[in-house]
Each structure stands twice: as structure tokens, then as C-alpha cells.
Design a binder for this molecule. Structure first.
Ligand SMILES: Nc1ncnc2c1ncn2[C@@H]1O[C@H](COP(=O)(O)OP(=O)(O)O)[C@@H](O)[C@H]1O
Ligand SMILES: [Mg+2]
Length: 179
């Protein structure tokens, strides 16, 4: 897979502490690398789990989500569901829910949308702006914090469950091939 046009530092650290929390830091030198990491994240999670995406507007949350969706067979466009809050995808590889809570005023809106059932589903669920749903959202398997760097984006990925920790350990290995 050719993905990194400029620089891609796949694995900086793999940290375990007494709660066996795994953290990996990746750098995506361009948009293609961001998409490639999303693909590998989906594979590493075996297409299920809950992923929080933190980071400012333009940090690359939706681009990463596009990579995840590509891994499950979605070839079309991916927009942040800023007004509808969630976009469901029924794909060959499984079900994906893409939330964007930027405009969420009250978590009660999530109840109206039936989001509780979506989270309970055997699906892969990505949540942009999880901070807006704090207190309502179920815990994440992986929490990703994205930021701009001189050349591309930095992604700090932290596990929130054993499933997430196993996925990040796999991703630490597979992402070394992105270059
Ligand atoms: N790793 C990257 N390097 C350079 N540009 C990127 C990278 N990832 C995403 N971008 C670009 O940043 C812009 C914003 O990305 P987007 O995914 O919409 O951000 P967000 O959803 O966090 O607001 C897009 O133009 C996208 O192409
Ligand atoms: Mg977005």
C-alpha cells in the first residue's frame, strides 16, 4: 500500500501501565496516509467497537472515518453528518454508524434518534465531538486525538477497553507498512 507521500512515523510508543492501557502515536503525512490509517484501524478492530474522534475542525476526523468506511466496502463520498448527527452505513463488511455531535445541544436528541440501539448493535461506531455527548455516550474502545503538525496530522490513539488495546497492538504492527 502506498500511502505516505512525505513522512509517516507509524509507531512512536507502545505504552502499557497497570490497567494495560495501550497508547500509540501515528503521524499521517498527507490525506492518503490518513485514509490508510483509517482502513487499518477498521481491520485492527475487526469491524466492531466504539471510536471517539477528538480534535478541532479540520483535524482530519472525517478523513480518518472515510478510511474506516473504505475498509468495509464503502466507495462513495463521506460527509460529516453535522445536521443529522448520524449517518448509518450498511456495508458488505458490516454496519457503521458515523456520528458528528458538533451541533448536539442536548443528549436527549440522541435518544430521539434511537442512538442507544445503534451503540448496542454489533457495529463499528465513530463519534466526532464526543465531548458534546459526555455523560450519555457509552465508553469508547479507542479514543483518538488528532492535531495538526507541520506536515500532516498527528494521531494519538488510546485504548479504553481490552478490545481496543488488542486492536491498537495490531495497528502498531500493521501501520509500519504505510510508507
Ligand atoms: N494527514 C493529513 N495531512 C494533510 N491533510 C489532511 C490530513 N488528513 C486530513 N487532511 C485534510 O484536512 C481537511 C479537513 O479534514 P476533515 O477530515 O474534514 O477534518 P474534521 O472532520 O476533523 O473537521 C481536509 O481537506 C483533508 O483533506
Ligand atoms: Mg468532520
Amino acid at each position: 500500500m502506498t500511502a505516505c507521500r512525505y513522512r509517516c512515523r507509524p509507531l512512536i510508543s507502545l505504552k502499557w501501565d497497570n490497567v494495560s492501557k495501550t497508547t500509540i502515536i501515528l503521524e499521517a503525512g498527507d490525506e492518503a496516509a490518513q485514509v490508510a490509517i483509517g482502513r487499518q484501524l477498521a481491520d485492527a478492530l475487526e469491524y466492531r467497537g466504539i471510536v471517539y474522534l477528538n480534535g478541532e475542525l479540520g483535524a482530519g476526523k472525517t478523513t480518518l472515518t472515510r478510511g474506516v468506511l473504505r475498509a468495509l466496502g464503502h466507495d462513495g463520498a463521506v460527509k460529516s453528518p453535522t445536521y443529522t448527527l448520524v449517518e448509518p452505513y450498511n456495508l458488505d463488511g458490516g454496519r457503521v454508524y458515523h456520528f458528528d455531535l458538533y451541533r448536539l445541544a442536548d443528549p436527549e436528541e440522541l435518544e430521539f434518534l434511537g442512538a442507544r440501539d445503534m451503540f448496542a448493535d454489533e457495529s463499528l461506531t465513530l463519534v466526532e465531538w464526543p465531548i458534546r455527548g459526555e455523560g450519555w455516550l457509552p465508553a469508547a474502545d479507542v479514543v483518538i486525538t488528532l492535531s495538526l503538525i507541520e506536515q500532516g496530522r498527528r494521531l494519538v490513539l488510546e485504548s479504553g477497553s481490552d478490545h481496543g488495546a488488542r486492536a491498537l497492538t495490531r495497528l502498531a504492527v500493521s501501520s509500519q507498512d504505510i510508507s
